[in-house]
Design a protein around this ligand. Structure first.
Ligand SMILES: Nc1ncnc2c1ncn2[C@@H]1O[C@H](COP(=O)(O)OP(=O)(O)O)[C@@H](O)[C@H]1O
Ligand SMILES: [Mg+2]
Length: 320
């Protein structure tokens, strides 16, 4: 039994990623997990830690995007009493707290260049320097980092150090987006429904075949996190009921190709759609986006201003 068994996958590409992850968990090698938000990067990092020899040691997550630059250096490496205003005592950093264990650097792409240099120093010779100190200290920390943006692009824009990238990217693990793991959707729904019926002591609703098809066609910008939220919401609001196409909000009816930046094609969803509703909704969105400016809205929709006014009246859409 391994912690990887808790990670649901019925998709060959993701199975391969999990296989590699299992192999690296036996070692101390540095891992970089790539994937869109909500694809399960942190879940994978935790599985690697729990499956490793460091399992009973600390696992510390630092969201690199959540801290201002002024705090992050001291947070990571600690500081000496008096190093800056407010540093009233010595403080140990996350590197020391994680000694012997694993440090998960989430959104590593948002580290500033100066912190990147300090992280590189640690990866090259195991040394850290507390703010205000002159003597470095050593720790034994395994680094797993994650990024939801393309680091190569950040390197091209001089926002990310290439030498650090090579150090972090010893083993790259790329988690596919949920829209590329369509086979998993049904299994994930079952998994989350079982979980939420237990935590909320309710009977989960039943998704019809059509409802499932819509979910399999949807683009899931928030990936598994979004699917999990949908399962929790429907488990509570539609407990014990049948869920059908009409229970979903309109964004579920735009198929994946709507994301392809190709505005000349719009694929009719397999189950059809309500054209009037769609039109009314698009007009509503255009008005929202332009703060109710009808001329701009008409341009966004490729309509004349008169046609737009007519349709606003037809659908009873009040604009601001
Ligand atoms: N394979 C999986 N099986 C079950 N739940 C998952 C899986 N991957 C992710 N999740 C769930 O999805 C949510 C987002 O996962 P997380 O690891 O935080 O994503 P990320 O770090 O990529 O944004 C969490 O609630 C997590 O429990
Ligand atoms: Mg995350």
């Amino acid at each position: 039994m391994s912690f990887f068994n808790d990670i649901i996958s019925h998709t060959p590409v993701f199975d391969n990623v999990l296989r590699s992850a299992r192999m690296v968990s036996a070692t101390d090698v540095t891992v970089l997990i790539k994937g869109e938000t909500g694809t399960g990067k942190e879940v994978l990092a935790q599985a690697i830690q729990k499956d490793s020899q460091r399992a009973d040691k600390a696992f510390i997550t630092l969201n690199c995007a959540a801290l201002p630059e002024s705090l992050i250096e001291s947070e990571l490496f600690g500081h000496k009493k008096g190093a800056f205003t407010g540093a009233s005592a010595n403080k140990i950093g996350i590197f020391q707290a994680a000694d012997g264990g694993t440090l998960f650097l989430d959104e590593v792409n948002s580290l500033t260049l100066s912190i990147q240099a300090k992280l590189l120093r640690f990866l090259e010779n195991g040394e850290c320097l507390a703010v205000g100190e002159t003597k470095p200290y050593r720790v034994d920390v395994r680094i797993i980092s994650a990024t939801n943006c393309d680091l190569q692009k950040a390197i091209a824009k001089n926002e990310f150090r290439e030498d650090l990238y090579f150090r972090l990217n010893v083993i790259p693990l790329e988690i596919p987006a949920l829209r590329e793991r369509v086979e998993d959707i049904e299994h994930l729904i079952k998994h989350f429904q079982a979980h939420f019926s237990e935590t909320h002591t309710i009977s989960a609703p039943k998704f019809s075949k059509q409802a499932l098809k819509i979910l399999q066609n949807y683009s899931w910008p928030g990936n598994i996190r979004e699917l999990r939220n949908l399962c929790e919401r429907t488990a509570i609001l539609l407990s014990d009921q049948d869920i059908d196409a009409e229970n979903f909000p309109h964004e579920f009816f735009a198929t994946k190709t709507a994301n392809n930046n190709d505005d000349t094609t719009f694929n009719l969803p397999e189950l059809g759609l309500n054209l009037d509703n769609l039109e009314a909704d698009l007009i509503h969105q255009a008005l929202e986006r332009t703060n109710g400016n009808r001329a701009k809205s008409a341009r966004l929709l490729g309509l004349s201003r008169d046609t737009l006014l007519y349709r606003i009246q037809k659908y009873g859409l009040a604009s601001k």
